[in-house]
Design a protein. Structure first.
Length: 375
């Protein structure tokens, strides 16, 4: 229970408000009600996106609060993380982390960015920065949506057409599915010996929750025109003809992935069955098979980019960051996954399928990733 009373109230008098009223009062502080002071005793738990401007008094502690979660309020700037900042020419580290989905990732603990839009913005910053002479795409991602991955590859290919720059990929902890698809559009791939690489396949998360819904007396009554417009819905079993339709789409996306790999690495055609079935492997195994060019760390990828561009040893390395997202080393990442997305941090695979991308280039060993990919 939370107790609030205006400061002008009689001593000892407190007014009890339900949680809903509390959640309404707090946003009002940013809408012109900040001049009202409230006294609070007890614990406060809040979730969701919020903006608070005003003054609060809690016991003997007074504070002015201004919270804003819009990470796009400032443009990207090049932040030097290595080398001599005064150097004339630079290497840009283009960081790609977490799930590759074409939607804003919101919630407490998240920078709230759209990974695809942010990637495009960084590509544009590099394209316009004449001091950038080489790019290292630092990847740590299990993949993501088929279309999101394809858009990012298109943007990278466009950069290479517009700027004659060596582009080196470095796979960190994981570089699978759409993340490997992106890496394969670079000139060379350097993988850590302990990286997880591969996942060349397609998955569509489909669930049958008809019986589960029936246990709670929830019956689906869709009004539809077009018999297969709800193919794959969790509200009923998928029919054979629908299964064949969706399987055909998955197969075509899979073949597109395979063809792209073989176009870049023609020597892999004879061993296709050993890498095209969605399996994953270590960076060392991927190098032996030919899926990556060499085994090494991020420093090795940066050095390769430096040598191919003819830069000096002390020329600076930069990351593109917003003002509220500092970077101090080449390993810094932007937090883009929410710590909490709702008052009830519980997700049941299938129930939130409508928010997910459909077909995924993604290594999905953990069922929870089906939910995370849709946030």
């Amino acid at each position: 229970m939370l107790d609030y009373s205006p400061l002008q109230s009689r001593p000892g008098r407190r007014r009890s408000l339900p949680m809903l009223a509390v959640m309404l009062i707090i946003p009002l502080a940013g809408l012109g009600c900040g001049s009202r002071l409230f006294r609070h005793s007890g614990a406060v738990a809040m979730t969701g996106d919020m903006k608070v401007d005003g003054k609060m008094q809690m016991g003997d502690v007074k504070a002015s609060v201004s919270l804003q979660n819009d990470s796009r309020s400032t443009p990207l700037v090049a932040t030097t993380v290595a080398g001599n900042p005064a150097g004339r020419h630079r290497i840009a580290v283009l960081d790609v982390d977490d799930f590759l989905v074409d939607r804003n990732i919101g919630g407490i603990g998240s920078m709230g960015e759209n990974p695809v839009a942010l990637f495009r913005e960084k590509i544009e910053a590099i394209r316009k920065d004449a001091t950038v002479k080489a790019v290292v795409v630092r990847i740590n991602s299990p993949g993501g949506g088929v279309t999101a991955s394809d858009i990012m590859c298109h943007e990278l290919a466009r950069l290479k057409q517009q700027r004659d720059l060596p582009v080196i990929a470095n796979l960190m902890v994981v570089g699978t599915g759409g993340a490997y698809y992106l890496a394969n559009h670079c000139d060379s791939i350097v993988a850590h010996p302990t990286s997880i690489v591969g996942g060349i396949g397609v998955i569509l998360n489909a669930y049958n929750l008809q019986d589960t819904m029936g246990q709670f007396n929830v019956l689906a009554s869709p009004i539809k025109s077009g018999d297969k417009i709800d193919a794959g819905t969790p509200e009923r079993p998928i029919e054979q003809e629908e299964l064949e339709m969706l399987q055909r789409i998955a197969d075509s996306f899979h073949q597109r992935f395979i063809d792209q790999v073989k176009a870049k690495r023609p020597d892999l055609e004879s061993s296709q069955s050993l890498w095209s079935d969605g399996r994953v492997m270590t960076g060392s195994e991927a190098a032996a098979m030919g899926l990556v060019d060499s085994v090494g760390y991020l420093d090795a990828a940066i050095e390769m980019a430096r040598q191919q561009s003819g830069l000096k040893a002390d020329d600076p390395v930069v990351l593109y960051r917003r003002k509220n997202d500092p970077a101090y080393t080449t390993l810094d990442i932007s937090p883009n996954r929410p710590a909490l997305t709702s008052l009830i941090p519980l997700h049941v695979p299938g129930l939130d399928r409508s928010s997910m991308p459909t077909f995924l280039y993604m290594w999905q060993a953990d069922p929870a990733m089906a939910t995370l990919a849709g946030q």
